[in-house]
Design a protein around this ligand. Structure first.
Ligand code: PXL
Length: 275
């Protein structure tokens, strides 16, 4: 069985980061080891939240893993709390990621804004981590902050998107998938680029009437697991986008506030994505 390592925070309530990555990756047939970078009461889009930084734990944990000869087939990083954690993840890529699949979701913003606690400097640091990855899955906001490019919310053309994708791979990663891309008002999807073949691809779904928190983390978890299961990036990102759409459909009728996230559990339980 493949074993992967996911490095992100634990937000105790508000489905995102490790509380979605762990069940999804496990359900898709892969052992999911975790390195929690922080424990929060709730993710940062709730009105209030506690934040216990776990940076000090990273090196001692990794030391034991080395002593125990523990290895991973892939490493997937999401929300990270500080520049220091980015440097530590780069060390982990060096120590545990040589020749292994490295996947970075630079989770730090959406809708043209960075999440609470992040600034432009952090976005540039995140770009350094993206440079060391095989595949990255930023949304348009995250890509623009990493590249110092203007964020345009709508009305852009394919050249704008393709230029961003080429600039992302110029950072150093092999493949980039931009999420949250839409050329028509009723469609939303992802647009990818493989710098090794020079090929672009894209995949669009009907735009949902409502967006929810945590869907970027769900997209990344499904995309990463699908890649580990042998799909290529175009296939994996299309599967992940379909999965997110199904999660939103399973949640739309619910009265729960959008920051609680989507009912990915129902989609897993349906078995549609389990081979
Ligand atoms: O869903 C991304 C995410 C992950 N982790 C924490 C967050 C957010 C988004 O707001 O606050 C702690």
């Amino acid at each position: 069985m493949k074993r992967i390592l996911s490095i992100q925070d634990i937000s105790c309530v508000g489905k995102c980061s490790l509380t979605v990555a762990l069940p999804i990756i496990s359900a898709l047939g892969i052992e999911a080891a975790i390195l929690p970078t922080a424990v929060l009461s709730t993710h940062t889009a709730f009105g209030g939240f506690t934040f216990k930084d776990l940076t000090d734990e990273v090196e001692p944990i990794c030391k034991v893993w080395k002593q125990e000869d523990i290895a991973f087939d892939g490493i997937y990083t999401g929300y990270l709390g500080s520049k220091e954690q980015i440097d530590l993840v780069l060390d982990i890529f060096r120590d545990f990621g040589e020749g292994k699949f490295k996947f970075v979701d630079p989770a730090m913003g959406d809708n043209g804004m960075l999440y609470k606690g992040f600034d432009e400097h952090f976005a540039h640091e995140m770009a350094r981590l993206c440079a060391a990855a095989d595949v990255i899955v930023p949304n348009l906001t995250e890509a623009c902050f990493m590249l110092d490019k203007p964020y345009i919310s709508s009305g852009y053309d394919e050249r704008y998107i393709q230029d961003i994708l080429v600039s992302l791979t110029d950072l150093g990663c092999k493949k980039a998938v931009l999420t949250g891309v839409g050329f028509e008002s009723d469609k939303l999807g992802c647009y990818g680029y493989d710098s090794e073949t020079g090929k672009f691809w894209c995949d669009f779904n009907d735009k949902k009437p409502q967006s929810f928190h945590g869907t970027g983390d769900i997209f990344a978890s499904v995309c990463f697991a699908s890649l580990m299961n042998g799909n290529n990036v175009a296939e994996a990102s299309a599967i992940a986008a379909d999965f997110v759409c199904d999660c939103i459909d399973a949640t739309l009728d619910d009265e729960t506030p959008i920051w609680y996230g989507v009912h990915f559990e129902k989609v897993l339980k349906s078995g549609k994505y389990i081979n």
